[in-house]
Ligand binder design. Structure first.
Ligand code: M6R
Length: 614
C-alpha cells in the first residue's frame, strides 16, 4: 500500500527521502514521487510511474536542494498507475503539495463543490481533491496551513494519513492520521515522518505514533506539537523501537522471501523465548495470565483476520477447540465488520495480523470493543495500530517481514496460537499434563525440526522445475493441515501467478475432482494423523484420473511413495504443530516456481504488504 516519508532538519532532505522510499518498497506500489522546498522557498515536485529507481533516474538533472520534503509510493486505488496520478499532488495554484495514504470516500461530493468554485483537476485521484480543499479553505478563510488542514479534514469521510508542505515555507510540515499508520521520528534538531518506523530506523529509534484524529505540527527548531482537529493539544509520548538495520536487508539472500523462510528456526526460538520454559516445560503467555479471569469466563473465541493470518486462525480454531474445549469461530475481518455479528461481552475476539495495520482487521477490533468483548491481538509489528487498539495480546516476535508473501509470520502466528491454547487450557484444566508436556516439548524441538526441513531446499528446487509451467494446482489437506493446504495454495498464486486452490481432501469428490487430469498437479499433505488412511484413499482417486501427485510425507512412507509421483519427506512433530513443519516445503515450492518463472518474488504484482485500505 502507499508509503509516506517526510523530513525536516539540517541535512539535505532528498537522500533521506529516497532511502525511506526504498525501505517502504516492500509494501507494494506502482508509482513514486517527491516534493521539496528549496532554500529559496521554491516548491519542486517530481513524480513518475514505476519503481523508486525510475524516480531517481527521472530527477537526476533536477533541482534537489532543500532540507524539507515529503515523498510517497502509491498503490493505485482511484485512477490507474501513471505519472499524473502519482503523489505528491499539488493544489491548482501549485502552492501546496500533499501526499496521502488511504481513501477519501466522499471525494466526489467535495470535488463537485470545488469544481463549482472554479477548481480544475489534473488527476483522477481522491487525493488531489483534498489538497485543493485545503487550498480553498486557506485562501477563502485567510487561515494558517494548520488551520486549513484541520478544517478540510473535518469534511473528509474515509481513511488517511497525509503530509502537506507549502511553497515559501521551508520550516513546517503538517501531517495527520485517521485509520492509516503514521509516525514521527525524533532526531537531534530534525524530524522524520513515515508510515512505518522501520523505514527510518537508521536515523532514529525514538518515535511518536500519531493517533487517529491527530494533526502533527512539525516545525524546524520547535518541539513537535500534536493537536486534534478541534485544536486541543495531545500529549507527546515518545516510544523507543529496538530494531537493527540488518533485519531490513537481504543479508546475502537473493530475495527477502528466501531469507525469511530460512530465518524460521531462529524466529521460532524468538517467538517461544520466555514463554516456554525449557526446564519445567511450562508454557505461559503473560497477556493471558494478566487477564486470567477474562479468559476463564470466555463463552466463545472469535478470530478475525485476513489472508495468511486468516489461515493461521483456522489452525488456532483447531488448537483452542481441542485443547481448551471453548467454541471458536474464524471470521474474515472484512465480512465480520459489515454483517452485524452477534458479539457477547463474554466473548474474546482474537485479532491476528502480521502488520497490525490491516484496515479491515482494525475495524473488526473496533467493532468488537464497542460490543464489549475482550480483544486479544496477535501481531508482529510492535506499536502497530492493532496492537495498540487491543486490550491485551502477544507479539509473535519474528522480526520485520519484508517479502510480501508471508512466511515466518505464519509459522510465528501458529506458534503463538499453540501457546495461547496451552496457557488457556491449563488455566481451565481442560488439558492433561501429558498432552501439555508433549506439545510444550514439541515447541522446544521445533527450531531443530525446521533446520532439518530446510535441508530439503535443493530437492524442492529440482522438483519445482517439473511444475513451473503448470497453469493450475490443487492443494489437499485435512484437519490441522487443511489450512496449511489453503496457505500453500495462496503462496503459489501470490508470487507465481499460477492459479491454485486449497481444499479439504475429502471435499475433492464434491466438485474439484472434475479438474483432475495430467495437466493439473495435486499437492497432498499426507503426514500421519487420524485421517491419514482417508487421505491415502483421496490420493488413489486422483491417480485413478491420471492426476500427478506431489505428496508431503513423514518417515519412509512406502504406502504413499507407491501412489505419489514425487514425495517430500518432512520430520514428524506432534500433530497440532505439523502445519508449521509442513508449511516450509510449501513456501519453498512456491518460491522456486516463482523464481523459475522470473517473477518479482518480493513485490508481486498488485499486492501490498499492509492493506491499509478496505
Ligand atoms: O498484516 P496482515 O497479517 O493483517 O495481512 C493480512 C493479509 O493481507 C496477508 O496475510 C496477505 O494475505 C499476505 N500477502 C499473505 O502472504
Amino acid at each position: 500500500m502507499c508509503g509516506i516519508v517526510g523530513y525536516i532538519g539540517k541535512r539535505n532532505a532528498y537522500p533521506i527521502l529516497i532511502k525511506g522510499l526504498h525501505r517502504l518498497e516492500y509494501r507494494g506500489y506502482d508509482s513514486a514521487g517527491i516534493a521539496l522546498v528549496d532554500d529559496e522557498g521554491a516548491l519542486n515536485v517530481y513524480k513518475c510511474k514505476g519503481k523508486v529507481a525510475a524516480l531517481e533516474h527521472f530527477v537526476e538533472t533536477k533541482n534537489l536542494g532543500g532540507s524539507i520534503g515529503i515523498a510517497h509510493t502509491r498503490w493505485a486505488t482511484h485512477g490507474v498507475p501513471n505519472d499524473v496520478n502519482a503523489h505528491p499532488h499539488c493544489s491548482v495554484s501549485e502552492n501546496i503539495a500533499l501526499i496521502h495514504n488511504g481513501i477519501i470516500e466522499n471525494y466526489r461530493v467535495l470535488k463537485d463543490a470545488l469544481e463549482a468554485n472554479g477548481y480544475t483537476f489534473r488527476s483522477t485521484t481522491d487525493s488531489e481533491v483534498l489538497v485543493n480543499l485545503i487550498e480553498y479553505i486557506r485562501s477563502t478563510n485567510c487561515c494558517t496551513l494548520l488551520e486549513a488542514v484541520q478544517q478540510a479534514l473535518k469534511q473528509v469521510i474515509g481513511a488517511y494519513s497525509i503530509a502537506v508542505i507549502e511553497r515559501g515555507n521551508r520550516d513546517e510540515i503538517i501531517a495527520a492520521r485517521k485509520s492509516s499508520p503514521l509516525v514521527v521520528g525524533i532526531g537531534e534538531g530534525e524530524y522524520f515522518l513515515g508510515s512505518d518506523p522501520a523505514s527510518l530506523i537508521e536515523y532514529t529509534n525514538n518515535f511518536v505514533y500519531v493517533k487517529d484524529g491527530e494533526v502533527a505540527l512539525i516545525r524546524r527548531n520547535h518541539p513537535l506539537k500534536l493537536v486534534t482537529l478541534d485544536n486541543r493539544e495531545s500529549k507527546i509520548d515518545i516510544k523507543q523501537l529496538e530494531l537493527s538495520i540488518s533485519q531490513l536487508e537481504k543479508g546475502g539472500y537473493p530475495h527477502f522471501m528466501l531469507k525469511e523462510i530460512y530465518e524460521q528456526p531462529k524466529t521460532i526460538v524468538d517467538c517461544i523465548r520466555g514463554r516456554v520454559n525449557p526446564d519445567s516445560g511450562n508454557v505461559k503467555l503473560s497477556g493471558v495470565i494478566d487477564n486470567r479471569e477474562r479468559f476463564l469466563r470466555a463463552r466463545r473465541i472469535i478470530f478475525v483476520a485476513c489472508g495468511t493470518s486468516w489461515h493461521a486462525s483456522l489452525i488456532g480454531e483447531h488448537l483452542i477447540e481441542n485443547i481448551c474445549r471453548i467454541p471458536v469461530e474464524v471470521e474474515y475481518a472484512s465480512e465480520f465488520r459489515y454483517r452485524n455479528p452477534i458479539i457477547h461481552p463474554d466473548d474474546i475476539v482474537v485479532a491476528v495480523s502480521q502488520s497490525g495495520e490491516t484496515a479491515d482487521t482494525l475495524a473488526a477490533v473496533e467493532l468488537a470493543r464497542k460490543a464489549g468483548a475482550f480483544v486479544f491481538g496477535i501481531c508482529n509489528v510492535v506499536g502497530s495500530s492493532i496492537s495498540r487498539a487491543t486490550d491485551s495480546g502477544a507479539y509473535i516476535h519474528v522480526g520485520p517481514e519484508i517479502g510480501v508473501a508471508s512466511t515466518k509470520a505464519f509459522t510465528g502466528q501458529v506458534t503463538v496460537m499453540a501457546m495461547l491454547a496451552l496457557t488457556i487450557g491449563k488455566e481451565l484444566g481442560t488439558v492433561s499434563d501429558d498432552y501439555f508436556h508433549e506439545v510444550s516439548q514439541a515447541l522446544l524441538e521445533l527450531p531443530d525440526k525446521l533446520t532439518e526441513v530446510l535441508k530439503l531446499d535443493a530437492q524442492i528446487s529440482e522438483l519445482s522445475k517439473i511444475f513451473t509451467y503448470a497453469h493450475n494446482f490443487i492443494y489437499l489437506g485435512r484437519g490441522y493441515n487443511y489450512p496449511t493446504a489453503l496457505e500453500g495454495a495462496l503462496k503459489l498464486k501470490e508470487i507465481s501467478y499460477i492459479h491454485a486452490e486449497g481444499y479439504p481432501a475429502a471435499e475433492m469428490k464434491h466438485g474439484p475432482i472434475a479438474l483432475i487430469d495430467n495437466e493439473m498437479p495435486t499437492v497432498v499433505i499426507a503426514t500421519p494423523d487420524h485421517t491419514y488412511a482417508k487421505t491415502v484413499s483421496n490420493m488413489e482417486e486422483v491417480k485413478a484420473r491420471g492426476g500427478r501427485i506431489i505428496a508431503i510425507i513423514a518417515h519412509e512412507d512406502e504406502q504413499v511413495r507407491r501412489i505419489a509421483d514425487y514425495c517430500i519427506e518432512v520430520p514428524v512433530v506432534t500433530e497440532c504443530l505439523m502445519p508449521i513443519v509442513v508449511s516450509v516445503p510449501l513456501q519453498l515450492l512456491a518460491y522456486h516456481i516463482a523464481v523459475n518463472k522470473g517473477r518479482n518474488v518480493d513485490q508481486p504484482r498488485n499486492l501490498a504488504k499492509s492493506v491499509t485500505v478496505e
